[in-house]
Design a protein. Structure first.
Length: 163
């Protein structure tokens, strides 16, 4: 039998949200090697890329290469827009594995690097299988107009020498 998903574009309250699907990255193993040169070469302005259909991007005033804010009731993160015909309208795709980089920006905590886990549910897909539904959620996406915070996820911590 069909079970209505917890969040989907067909829901009565979907509104102007986009269906974000997050999958395994091609440039690293989960979060491992996110700081490596192959993964970093795919970042957009230092952030995880989020792929958007041209119509979806145009309706929101987003251009290829823009920094965008994705948000919902669970969290907020910045990402770099990649506009592509390979993505269905009203759907966005972003890889998992970007190192979490929460920062206080204008009084709100935002992951400035693009980790989709800040947006997804932590709930099983059914009572039978308890499969992970963390790779799908509804979000609002808008062009980021503020100053773009520096990504600090790869910075070494400050070590204080004590005698």
């Amino acid at each position: 039998m069909w079970l209505e998903p917890a969040e989907w574009l067909g829901a009565a309250d979907a509104g102007e949200r986009v269906h974000l699907v997050s999958g395994q990255p091609l440039t690293q193993l989960h979060g491992q090697l996110d700081n490596g040169p192959v993964s970093r070469a795919t970042k957009v302005k230092g952030r995880e890329p989020v792929y958007l259909n041209p119509r979806t991007a145009e309706r929101r005033g987003i251009a290829d290469g823009d920094v965008v804010l994705l948000h919902n009731g669970r969290g907020r993160c910045l990402a770099g827009a990649v506009v592509s015909d390979a993505i269905r309208p009203d759907v966005a795709w972003m890889a998992t594995g970007a190192w979490f980089d929460p920062q206080l920006v204008d009084g709100r905590v935002i992951d400035v690097h693009g980790n989709p886990n800040t947006l997804t549910l932590d709930k099983g897909c059914s009572g039978l299988t308890q499969g992970n539904i963390a790779h799908t959620t509804l979000v609002w996406i808008e062009r980021w107009t503020g100053a773009s915070p520096e990504v600090s996820a790869f910075d070494s911590p400050t070590v204080e020498r004590r005698i």
